[in-house]
Design a protein. Structure first.
Ligand SMILES: Nc1ncnc2c1ncn2[C@@H]1O[C@H](COP(=O)(O)OP(=O)(O)O)[C@@H](O)[C@H]1O
Ligand SMILES: N[C@@H](CC(=O)OP(=O)(O)O)C(=O)O
Length: 555
């Protein structure tokens, strides 16, 4: 059954209404937060076929464009115009044929825009590919075809092309290659980070091929690109690669050059890059398509970067934790970065960097509810009435209390402690220090959301015990309060009241160096209820009137 595209609504232009800017000065507190660099991927690489050039000429008959030249829809008028926005759609936005058709319809509601489209893998494809890979390691070659997650990936993609009325050839070669790869993993009984990245890359490679083919089918001229073929150059840190500077001119040259020569909507794989030393496919960390979008935005100097999700924007907390979360209409890049770093799944932690450097507004929108205004993220915003912006909860955190055995002075002690974390590539979230002790929380969001494994913990404790007495505290949670530190007294006072009322014992408090966040570490079992109580106090009671009352008093 072919799904008809929704009829295009009247054209709307997405003009950001940026509130007047004000400088947000911040004051320091006693404690501070920091992080070490991201943890390096480990393990030996399994050699697999070089993937970086293998896919370019499929799905569209060779030159990247399916079907006849466009006759209608986007691309009819003014094709010579410059590319204007990035529109990134996450996995939840393109989880089925119906959703792909909806998204195509949504793009058509902005006929005045010249978008670069960035797509994630369909639905839960990345997770399913990872699980399939893990199962392949232990199941034996002859059982690969029975792996449930692999069958889910295969049937979802076949069903999607069928329902969109596309030929199966759009993805058939990729599905064949994927099965071969899983068999290779089964044969080797090994899934290295490098192979794992290669494996998951098929998700984005397939979703973009399908979407681009569908746009062409409905006569909207589109061209598919694999990010690793158009200049996304990264570090070789598989699973968590970082974009290198060379990416910007390379991507700009390729996308802009093709657009000038033969305009067609670029449909680019999110999440993927090419390691500068290895030449292999890399991934940018979970949720990395947001970073692909902002990188393209900066590379091409576009007017706006839109990230389309399944929520009405960035919310005052994770709606899965507390359903009464509200949309935050405006954020600064700094606030958004902090929120993402402290675990709000809605944005990739690195994604604000290119947008901030290029000073390009980022708009977070809901593809299921396009009329909702969403969240606009810019360099500055009016902070006058802002107390708290958002509450972020990170569960299952491990904490270490490290007390010096006084073999070293304070300076040497801290240096040694952090050298041990660096040597073991352990990422630290929050830190609180006194002269002879330091408490740290360790980052639980490891590669592919794997928890910090016991063996690694034992190792770090063993090393630290050479210079200190160490107490390991598990099942802790970090509650980060992202807000206006101009209002830190009010935040502290209100938080204190909530804590007293709820009887929750806080084990550590840490203030971020950027001073837009404060983190509380509590026991996991207390965390959810505390988030709810804090949300009620900050977002459901009349906090603003308190700010105004206090300003009046001060005035
Ligand atoms: N503060 C928050 N605001 C909005 N969404 C949040 C927040 N914290 C966590 N989330 C979760 O993030 C999800 C959206 O992010 P993500 O799954 O990465 O979207 P996509 O895959 O569409 O890019 C939401 O469905 C929500 O469950
Ligand atoms: N597909 C990748 C990359 C990504 O950005 O996904 P999403 O936009 O659905 O969070 C992941 O699941 O991590």
């Amino acid at each position: 059954m072919a799904i008809p595209v929704r009829s295009a609504a009247a054209p709307r232009r997405l003009v950001p209404s940026i509130p007047p800017a004000s400088s947000g000065h911040v004051r320091g507190l006693a404690c501070f937060g920091t992080r070490t660099g991201p943890r390096g991927a480990r393990g030996l690489s399994m050699v697999v076929a070089d993937s970086t050039s293998r896919r370019a000429k499929q799905a569209d008959g060779g030159d990247g464009v399916l079907g006849a030249p466009v006759l209608g829809g986007l691309g009819m008028e003014g094709l010579g115009d410059q590319l204007s926005v990035v529109m990134k759609f996450g996995g939840s936005s393109v989880s089925s044929a119906a959703r792909m058709a909806e998204v195509a319809g949504l793009i058509l509601t902005f006929p005045e825009e010249r978008p670069v489209v960035v797509l994630s893998a369909m639905g839960k494809t990345t997770n399913n590919l990872l699980l399939a890979g893990e199962k392949a390691v232990g199941c034996g070659v002859i059982h690969v075809s029975e792996i449930e997650e692999w069958n889910m990936v295969k049937s979802l993609h076949i069903k999607t092309v069928d329902e969109l009325g596309l030929p199966r050839s759009v993805i058939q070669d990729m599905l064949d290659e994927l099965e071969q790869l899983l068999k290779g993993i089964a044969m080797m009984k090994e899934l290295t980070p490098r192979t794992s990245d290669y494996l998951v890359s098929f998700g984005e490679c397939m979703s973009t091929r399908i979407f681009s083919a569908y746009l062409n089918k409905i006569r909207v001229k589109a061209r598919q690109y694999d990010a690793f073929d158009i200049g996304f150059i990264t570090t070789d840190e598989f699973g968590n690669a970082d974009i290198l500077e060379a990416t910007y001119p390379a991507v700009a040259k390729r996308l802009h050059g093709d657009w000038i020569q033969d305009p067609a909507i670029p449909v680019v794989t999110g999440f993927l890059g090419k390691g500068w030393k290895s030449g292999a496919v890399t991934t940018l960390g979970r949720g990395g398509s947001d970073l692909t979008a902002t990188t393209i935005g900066k590379a091409l100097g576009l007017r706006e970067i839109q990230v389309w999700k399944d929520v009405d924007g960035v919310l005052t907390c994770d709606p899965n934790i507390y359903p009464h979360a509200k949309t935050v209409p405006y954020l600064t890049f700094e606030e958004a970065t902090e929120l993402a770093y402290f675990g709000a799944q809605v944005l990739h932690p690195q994604s604000m960097r290119p947008a901030r450097e290029g000073d390009i507004p980022v708009r977070v929108k809901n593809s299921y509810n396009p009329k909702a205004p969403g969240t606009l993220i810019t360099r500055q915003r009016d902070m006058d009435k802002v107390v708290l912006t958002s509450i972020v909860l990170k569960s299952n955190v491990t904490m270490l209390d490290i007390v010096s055995t006084r073999m070293l002075g304070q300076y040497g002690f801290l240096a040694r402690v952090f050298a041990i974390f660096e040597d073991l590539c352990i990422s630290v979230d929050c830190v609180a220090t006194s002269e002879v002790s330091v408490s740290v929380s360790l980052d639980p969001s490891k590669i592919w959301s794997r928890e910090l494994i016991q063996q690694e913990l034992d190792h770090v404790v063993e090393e630290l015990e050479k210079i200190a007495i160490v107490r390991l505290l598990q099942q802790r949670a970090i509650i980060s309060l992202i807000g206006n530190v101009e209002q830190s007294s009010l935040i502290l006072e209100k938080t204190g009241r909530v804590l007293r009322k709820s009887g929750v014992n806080v084990q550590m408090i840490s203030q971020g160096a950027s001073k837009v966040n404060m983190s509380l570490i509590v026991h996991d079992s207390d965390a959810k209820a505390l988030v709810e109580a804090l949300h009620q106090a900050f977002f459901e009671d009349d906090v603003l009137s308190q700010v105004e009352a206090e300003n009046l008093l001060v005035g």
